[in-house]
Design a protein around this ligand. Structure first.
Ligand SMILES: Cc1cc2nc3c(=O)[nH]c(=O)nc-3n(C[C@H](O)[C@H](O)[C@H](O)COP(=O)(O)O)c2cc1C
Length: 584
């Protein structure tokens, strides 16, 4: 059984940021070439439920928005809207492993947060504090200038009873006013390299918007009740995240077949339990009216993942959740149909409807401009960030969006949306949503979404992975959403280029590094697994090390599985670059 995910304390994260910056010019392993400067191109700013965001992009609810360092990484890459990992009352779920399979399309079997509810609150507060400190410290001024505004958007699920419990209500209240947590954490900043910024102003309101996840059996009739509860009891502006099942079984089947995904099996019963299209329309209209009457903002998000039968057998559950390219086509078809059926309601295609549409379905570098060009705000990403390059994929997406805006001869995102709408009208189309949906359905222009294009084969090397040495492709570092891998220069004795080590407390054994590692064997298990907390080390019966630092010298304990490797580990982590951890 895998060990629980254990966040690093704020002080350790601050120290790690500082040491990596001093010794490697990186932060949480992201090189400066992948930092995004929002001032470097056309104005990409947008509004999310009335709040400014400096770019219309960010990570979707998932592994990239659970731990503090993940959120900082998304921010460095240029993300400015963070759909935080869903928090629900069941905070002791045992998720089977591996839980992510991004080999071709995206599949996962994850649920909501793996952390305890108070830990989730603390992670989001820590992320906000680290971003504030980085901004105030001025260290990054030359690289990213004024970073502009960002928004942390809460995500909760999945039923009214759970959301009304003291634990979840307390969590939401805590996110609205986190003064207590901030005050409790400040001393950790004061004790480290950012001591001069320990008193920096931090807005105690970490979040006052929420996206309601209606996945995992959220009862359709409760969506309305929960949304109203969130608007009134918690005074939050609300987005309802809808599921592709809204299209109905027949249409989803037909679309998947047309795209060449005949082998993806869906089950009518998974559609029967979910919200239906007509009820969905009613719900959107009703909640918009309710929000207007209560002085709140309301929007929808398209979409969450699609439940499919697990025929691949990589993930250990009978069903799994599809994301990535095919979901982009399904979600866009759904947007088009909602837009036709509720004229004037949605703020897309150049129409100034009252309901904001945000997005999380197969966004990548090649379709970001087409998507936000429809007026969608924001476009959030999960699957693409789990591919090689990881968080480093955000900045190229934003650069390509900036280029599209410049090429269109306009100055900012709003004008770009108008430009795309005007082009569509000039071509005699209903609007830009209709044009883009038709492009996705067309076998030629929609080719990147078809099975032939998405069936990639991963690189393989005929070699068994060992504790020391490997092809040094760096993929394990970039595909890990938790930044659980550290790369250190090898030693003369070992004679490799780099050594890769696992920060075991941050590894939840999701399987993503194993998917992309070209050698045979699981990097998360075979590479040196380091713990900094004794109780986590002692609870693990697989080969592992406990590392500490005494007077600047690493102290290492090993269990039986790797006792012979202590001296080698000492020479690797004792090098100039050192372990970027204050383990004292
Ligand atoms: C590993 C993984 C975990 C996810 N966890 C959540 C979650 O906790 N809450 C949620 O609303 N959506 C979750 N999602 C769905 C994503 O937020 C997103 O809606 C979906 O993956 C589609 O976007 P994509 O095609 O960019 O991946 C998860 C997706 C993946 C792949």
């Amino acid at each position: 059984m895998h060990e629980p995910l254990t966040p690093q304390p704020l002080g350790m994260l601050a120290d790690r940021m500082h040491r990596e910056w001093q010794t490697r010019r990186r932060i949480f392993d992201l090189p400066t070439a992948r930092f995004f400067d929002v001032n470097s191109g056309p104005d990409l700013s947008a509004e999310f439920l009335g709040r400014p965001i400096a770019t219309p992009l960010g990570p979707a609810a998932g592994p990239h928005t659970q731990l503090a360092q993940n959120i900082v990484l998304g921010w460095l890459g240029g993300g400015r809207l963070f759909e935080l990992k869903t928090v629900q009352i069941l905070d002791e779920l045992e998720i089977a492993r591996p839980c992510i399979d991004m080999a071709s399309l995206g599949f996962n079997i994850e649920w909501s947060q793996e952390l305890k509810i108070p830990q989730s609150l603390e992670e989001y507060v820590k992320a906000q504090m680290l971003i504030r400190v980085l901004t105030e410290s001025g260290e990054l001024d030359e690289l990213i200038g004024d970073p502009g505004a960002h928004v942390f958007d809460l995500s909760v699920g999945y039923d009214h009873a759970g959301i009304s419990t003291e634990a979840v209500a307390g969590f939401i209240d805590g996110m609205r006013d986190a003064s207590g947590v901030i005050d409790r954490l400040r001393p950790e900043l004061a004790a480290g390299p950012f001591a001069g910024f320990a008193d920096v102003d931090i807005d105690p309101c970490i979040s006052d918007t929420v996206t309601l996840s209606t996945f995992h059996g959220c009862p359709p009739d409760e969506i309305e009740k929960i949304s109203k509860h969130l608007m009134t009891r918690h005074e939050l502006d609300v987005i309802v995240k809808l599921n592709p099942t809204l299209l109905g079984f027949g249409q989803v089947r037909a679309l998947l077949d047309a795209l060449g995904y005949g082998d993806l099996k869906i089950r009518p019963e998974d559609f029967a339990a979910d919200l239906r299209f007509e009820r969905g329309l009613e719900l959107i209209g009703g909640l918009q009216q309710f929000a207007a009457e209560h002085g709140r903002e309301f929007g929808i998000k398209l979409t969450n993942t699609l439940v499919v039968e697990n025929e691949k057998g990589v993930l250990p559950e009978p069903t799994m959740y599809l994301s990535g390219p095919p979901l982009h086509v399904l979600a866009m078809t759904l947007l088009d149909q909602l837009h036709i059926s509720a004229p004037g309601m949605l703020r897309v295609g150049g129409h100034d409807g009252p309901v904001q549409v945000s997005w999380s379905a197969g966004i990548d570098k090649d379709n970001l401009a087409d998507s936000v060009g429809l007026g969608i705000v924001p476009a959030t990403v999960c699957s693409d960030l789990l591919k090689p390059g990881g968080y480093g994929r955000l900045a190229p997406m934003l650069k390509k969006l900036g280029q599209a805006i410049t090429d269109a001869g306009v100055a900012n995102l709003d004008e770009f949306v108008e430009h795309r709408a005007a082009e569509a009208f000039a071509d005699g189309a209903r609007d830009s949503v209709a044009v883009y949906t038709a492009e996705l359905h067309d076998p030629e222009t929609g080719a990147p979404y078809r099975a032939e294009a998405t069936a990639t084969s991963l690189r393989e090397v005929d070699h068994d992975l060992e504790m020391w040495g490997c092809v040094a492709c760096n993929l394990c570092v970039t595909v890990c959403p938790n930044d659980a891998f550290v790369k250190l220069p090898s030693t003369e004795e070992l004679g490799h280029r780099w050594e890769y080590l696992v920060l075991s407390e941050l590894c939840n054994e999701c399987g993503n590094c194993n998917t992309f590692c070209p050698e045979r064997g699981d990097p998360a298990m075979l590479k040196p697994r380091l713990y900094t907390s004794a109780h986590r080390f002692e609870a693990d019966d697989r080969p592992a090390f406990l590392v500490g630092m005494a007077d600047g010298v690493p102290t290492i304990t090993a269990n039986d599985g790797c006792a012979d490797e202590i001296d080698t580990l000492r020479s690797v982590i004792g090098g100039d670059a050192g372990l970027p951890l204050d383990t004292a």
